[in-house]
Design a protein around this ligand. Sequence first.
Ligand code: AMP
Length: 471
Amino acid sequence: MTFDDLGLSPKVLSAVNAAGFTTPTDIQAGAIPPALERKDVLGLAQTGSGKTAAFTLPMLTMLEKGRARARMPRSLILEPTRELAAQVHEAFTTLGKEHKLTIALLIGGVSFAEQNANIDRGADVLIATPGRLLDHIERGKLMLHGIEILVIDEADRMLDMGFIPDIERICKLLPITRQTLFFSATMPPEIQRITNQFLHNPAQIEASARSSTAESIEQRLVMAPDDDREKRDKLREVVRAEGEVTNAIIFANRKTTVGVLEKSLLKHKFNAGALHGDMDQFSRLKTLDAFRAGEISYLIASDVAARGLDIPAVSHVFNYDVPVHAEDYVHRIGRTGRAGREGRAITLVKMEEMRAIKAIEELISKTIEWQGGEPSEEDIANARSSRGRGRRSGGRSAGGRSAGGKPKARSKPAEKAERSEAPAKAAKPKSEKPARQRNSAPDKSSERGSDPAGFTQSNMPAFLARPVERA
Ligand code: AMP
C-alpha cells in the first residue's frame, strides 16, 4: 500500500512526499479512504501511530474545495491539551504548505484579540482546546453552524481531564450533517457512549490491539530502592548503562519529583530540562523547542505531557515512577518506538509498585522483562508486610534489590531524603491545587487534579489507600 492508493489530492501527495513519509501507517491506510468518502471514522489509535496525518491529510484534500466565511470556520479539531493543539497546527502548516488555508489555533495562554483576528478572517481549520473554544462561543465571536468536518482527538484523554460535558455541548452546536473523525487510544464505556451518540455508522479502524504497546519498543523493568536519593542514583546508573541515549523523556508521577529530578540531573552534568503543567505556555514551548532542537537531551515530564509531545525520534523513555493508571504507561512509552522506529522504555519499580506493574502487564497482555534481577515472591510478600507495619510511622518500607539482585539495607524514610534536595528553579512546582474550573481559567491543560495520579479519596484503589507524603 502506498499513499498514491488512498485517494489523496496531488497537492497533498506532494506534501506527503516532501515530509518524507513513504508508506502509510495502519491508521492512515484504514482511515483516509473512508474519510475521503465523507464517512464518519472511529479510529482506535495511540499517539505515535501516525493518527495526526490520518485526519490532516484527508481534511486538506477535502478543504481544497470551498472557502471559509468570517467567524464561520469550516472544520474543527478538538485537542485535550495546548501542546497537542500546537502540534496539530504544526502538522497542518507542514503538510498544508501548498494549500494557503487559514488556520486558527484557540488555546489558553494566547490573547483573545489575536485569536479573534484569525477567526474574523474566516478559518478553514480551527484547532482548539474545548474550554477556550467555549469561551469564544460564549463571547459571541464564533459560530459553529458552518462546520463540515469535526475531529475529536485523544478522546480518552478528554475523558481523563473532565472534558466530556464540554465535548457534548460543542457537538450539539454543530450541524448534524457534519462528518466526524473520532480518535481514542482506548474505548472505556463513557467514550463508547459518546461515539454511539455522535457518530453515524462510522468506519472503524483499530490501528493496534487495544491498549497494546508497539512491538518496536523494548521494555524493561529495573528494581529500584525505596530511598529517594538512592533511587536517583539508580536512575543515573540505568541511564548511563544504556550507552547511546540520543534523547529521552523521564516521567515522574509528581510535579515536585519533576523539579527534584531536574536539579539532581543537572548537578550530575546531564543535559536536562523539565516540563509540567504548572509552567506557563511560554516556558513549556521554549523547553519543548530546546528538546526538539537537541539542546536538551533529557526531558523530565509529568503525565500531563504524556500524550502531548510529538517528538519523532525519542530513543528512550524512562519511568522514574510506575504510573498509577496502567493506561498512562501505554501513553508514556508511546513516546518512543514511533512510526516503526526502535525504542527502549525502562521503568524503575519500587517494591510497593509491584501491583501496579501487574496491572500494566495485564493491560498490555505482555510480561515485561526484568533487567538486573527480578524480585522473588518472598521479597514482595516481605515488602507488603513491612509496609503494613511501618508506613504510618514514617513511610518506611523494605529496600529494593540492586541490579545484581542483592537485597539492600533498609532505606531512610522517603520524606527525609525528598527534603534533602530542593525543587529546581526552572520547574517552580507550586502547591498542589485542584484542577482549575473553565470559567476561572479557560484552558484545562494543567495537571489532572489535586492528586497527580488522578485519584481522590473516594475512587482510590485499596492498595493505594495508604498515607502518602504530600508533595
Ligand atoms: P502521531 O501519531 O500523529 O503523533 O505521529 C507520530 C510521528 O510519526 C510524527 O512525528 C509523524 O511526523 C510521523 N509519521 C506520521 N505518519 C508517518 C508515515 N506514514 N511515515 C513515517 N512517519 C510518519
